[in-house]
Design a protein around this ligand. Structure first.
Ligand SMILES: *[C@@H]1O[C@H](CO)[C@@H](O)[C@H](O)[C@H]1NC(C)=O
Ligand SMILES: *[C@@H]1O[C@H](CO)[C@@H](O)[C@H](O)[C@H]1NC(C)=O
Ligand SMILES: *[C@@H]1O[C@H](CO)[C@@H](O)[C@H](O)[C@H]1NC(C)=O
Ligand SMILES: *[C@@H]1O[C@H](CO)[C@@H](O)[C@H](O)[C@H]1NC(C)=O
Ligand SMILES: *[C@@H]1O[C@H](CO)[C@@H](O)[C@H](O)[C@H]1NC(C)=O
Ligand SMILES: *[C@@H]1O[C@H](CO)[C@@H](O)[C@H](O)[C@H]1NC(C)=O
Length: 645
């Protein structure tokens, strides 16, 4: 039982995916109909039935009857309403005994609203079907367009209507093709002949109604412009050759139009979004029962709030249901914006950026394409969902510390939490209602002066306690004999060292200078001392390169920019890099090397202690940095460590 129910539900869901179409109705039965000529109107007349007979043989009682529009007997009255009343009564035109003008008779049907007309079936009564005539349609009752031409012969299609005849039973090559046919104007049968005109079936767009075909078949008014009564060929000759007054009146009384029934098969225009259209008691019109979230008289637009995608008609294969906008329950309506769709700015109800729905008139202090954010001066706390009731609260910024009363609307901005006001310098807190770190006395929030580099404080606002070599009320001055206040220096400032010239110093505003010489020492093209000088142990070997058979000592002279008085390099770095390109045949292709620096001047020479051991690899540059401090160097002569002096 449960399984059965499930299957039914699935069936229903699948049905939602297809277009819905109301049943075809006979639209003529509720229509207004009129004709501009009726037999026996205004005066009674006698007509005779057309029967095959031998010419010139007079028959005593040649099937004649009377019609009278004002008769009390229904069978003598033949108003056009008989053609749509569903009875066997018929409409009849005056016979041409009353004049040739009765070949031209017009019948107009008003369906009272625009329908899509699928076919029209006309049944003759006691006469042959009309000979030449035009079936026409109109939306407004003023401008009529032809739907189909009917002619007594194929040649008359061309001569009378200037349309190439469609031979044989009617066929249609295009959705909007207007053909001319002689198929339904034949003389036989002499009575009760039928005319079947299809406007949809047989056309290319019939299976999945194209907009062209929809347009072509739309009509409120249908007009039958009858233009020639069908006659017997023998009589036709008589009629055209003779003065009508000389013709046997029996002949002219036999020629008139008669119609027993006009059926107009058609349906309400609901654009594939309704399966029924009952009569509305107020408007007296058939009204589509729109589904697929569509609205409008003919389901021709999406209902308010369902404009996430543009409206489309339902088709045989696709429902094209209108999709609800995602306004987080904060707006009743929305509209579609193509640009918004192209830029993926709108969120659909599944939370996917697809479609172009823009919510209108967002409520509860919300704004945005999906009413997803808060109006200026409001914010949505991060734990509150945009779907919840009244998600936005006022910013409540403290104006003493805020630049404005506007805060961050939501938590979509990385690093800024929702509700954060924009604080002036020295202020902090979500509402800027307290002092920032390093400032004191809200709402004054003056900067605290204690220098964190020169003090042991972690908070500049607590009582300022200076580091050992620092002084001043805000601990921002080096004591005499010290310089270079640094946060990283545990004592704050460094001892002065003035190479014996002085023991008083102060921090200098001069910044560090660097001497560069890039990428050239070893280039053969570089002139001065670029080729290594090979020594015969005239310098002490830097150290023991044990395990290698050959020890080679190479030296390079530094370029000029590194020579001369370099007192200011004290405490700085000498950086250089080494690279070799001679292939080695040892296993790991590495070359262990001691790298030394000889500093000469004032009759003394210093060397590194200890020289760094480098393992050089072929074509791999090794960088070396050496601090120019006394601890790094030995006097070559005495082997003793050097002092700053
Ligand atoms: C009927 O109306 C049509 C079109 O208005 C006109 O051409 C025709 O002469 C009229 N016929 C009669 C019999 O009045
Ligand atoms: C629809 O048909 C009318 C004629 O009835 C024509 O004037 C109009 O241009 C057509 N509209 C479209 C969109 O094809
Ligand atoms: C559609 O959206 C774009 C981008 O948001 C906007 O510039 C444009 O004005 C909107 N158009 C309409 C008709 O609202
Ligand atoms: C601390 O003092 C030094 C030296 O006067 C100064 O350069 C630095 O900007 C000061 N630091 C602070 C946080 O005031
Ligand atoms: C070099 O090192 C080897 C092995 O470590 C050692 O035997 C040798 O005495 C050292 N030579 C010098 C000059 O220090
Ligand atoms: C020299 O080396 C030191 C220590 O590695 C480094 O701090 C400094 O930035 C280097 N200088 C240059 C110019 O590369």
């Amino acid at each position: 039982m449960k399984l059965l129910l499930l299957l039914l539900l699935m069936e229903r869901a699948a049905a939602q995916q297809r277009g819905l179409f109301p049943a075809i109705l006979n639209l003529a039965s509720n229509a207004d109909i009129s004709s501009n000529a009726t037999c026996g109107d205004p005066v009674p007349e006698v007509y005779c039935k057309l029967v095959e007979h031998v010419p010139r043989r007079l028959i005593k009682n040649p099937h004649c009857s009377k019609c009278d529009a004002n008769s009390v007997l229904p069978k003598e009255r033949h108003p056009i309403t008989n053609a749509i009343d569903g009875t066997n009564q018929w409409w009849q035109s005056p016979s041409i005994k009353n004049g040739q003008q009765f070949h031209w008779t017009t019948i107009t049907v008003d369906l009272k609203q625009i329908f899509q007309v699928a076919y029209i079936i006309i049944k003759a009564a006691n006469s042959p079907r009309p000979g030449n005539w035009i079936l026409e349609r109109s939306l407004d009752g003023v401008t009529f367009d032809p739907w189909q031409f009917y002619a007594i012969s194929d040649s008359e299609c061309l001569s009378r209507y200037n349309v190439t005849p469609r031979l044989g039973p009617p066929t249609y090559k295009r959705d909007t093709e207007v053909i001319c046919t002689s198929f339904y104007s034949r003389l036989n049968p002499l009575e009760h002949g039928e005319i079947h005109t299809s406007l949809i079936n047989g056309r290319p767009g019939a299976d999945d109604l194209t907009s062209d075909l929809l347009n072509f078949t739309s009509a409120r008014y249908i007009r039958l412009r009858l233009q020639r009564i069908r006659t017997l060929n023998a009589d036709l000759m008589t009629l055209s050759a003779h003065d009508p007054r000389e013709i046997d009146p029996i002949v002219t009384r036999r020629y008139y139009y008669s119609i027993k029934d006009i059926s107009v098969g058609g349906m309400c225009i609901c654009f594939g979004h309704a399966q029924s259209c009952p009569l509305d008691p107020v408007t007296k019109k058939l009204q589509c029962v729109c589904e697929h979230n569509t609205c409008g008289e003919s389901c021709n637009k999406c209902c308010p709030g369902y404009h996430q995608q543009p409206w489309q008609p339902g088709t045989v294969s696709e429902g094209n249901t209108c999709e609800q906008c995602n306004c987080h329950n904060k707006a009743a309506n929305c509209f579609y914006n193509q640009t918004v769709s192209e830029h993926f700015l709108s969120l659909n109800s599944r939370g996917v950026r697809e479609g172009g729905g823009v919510c209108m008139d967002c409520q509860q202090d919300t704004v945005g394409i999906n009413c997803e954010t808060c109006a200026t001066g409001h914010y949505r706390p991060s734990e509150v969902s945009p779907y919840s009731d009244s998600p936005c609260v006022e910013c409540n910024c403290d104006l003493r510390g805020s630049k404005s009363s506007v805060c961050t609307r939501d938590d979509t901005q990385p690093g800024v939490s929702a509700g954060q006001c924009m604080c002036k310098q020295g202020f902090s807190g979500v509402r800027c209602d307290r002092c920032a770190f390093g400032y004191r006395d809200f709402p004054l929030c003056a900067r605290c002066e204690c220098n964190l580099s020169g003090s042991v404080n972690t908070d500049p606002c607590s009582p300022c306690i200076c580091k050992e070599n620092v002084m001043g009320a805000h601990c921002d001055l080096c004591k005499p004999g010290f310089f270079n206040l640094q946060q990283s220096h545990s004592l704050g400032c460094t001892d002065c060292f003035c190479f014996g010239v002085s023991d008083v110093c102060e921090s200098s505003a001069l910044s560090t200078a660097q001497v560069f010489h890039t990428d050239a020492w070893l280039r053969p093209s570089y002139s001065h001392h670029t080729h290594p000088v090979v020594h015969d142990n005239d310098l002490p070997a830097p150290n023991n390169l044990s395990g290698h058979a050959h020890q080679i000592l190479l030296s390079w002279a530094a370029p000029a920019s590194f020579l001369g008085n370099k007192l200011l390099s004290y405490g700085g770095f000498l950086n250089y890099s080494l690279l070799y390109d001679v292939p080695l045949d040892n296993e790991d292709h590495s070359l262990p090397a001691r790298s030394d620096i000889i500093v000469e001047g004032n009759g003394r020479a210093l060397r590194l202690s200890p020289p760094p051991l480098l393992f050089l690899s072929e074509l791999a540059e090794r960088s070396v940095a050496t601090a120019i401090t006394p601890q790094q160097f030995l006097d070559i002569e005495t082997g003793a460590h050097v002092t700053p002096r």
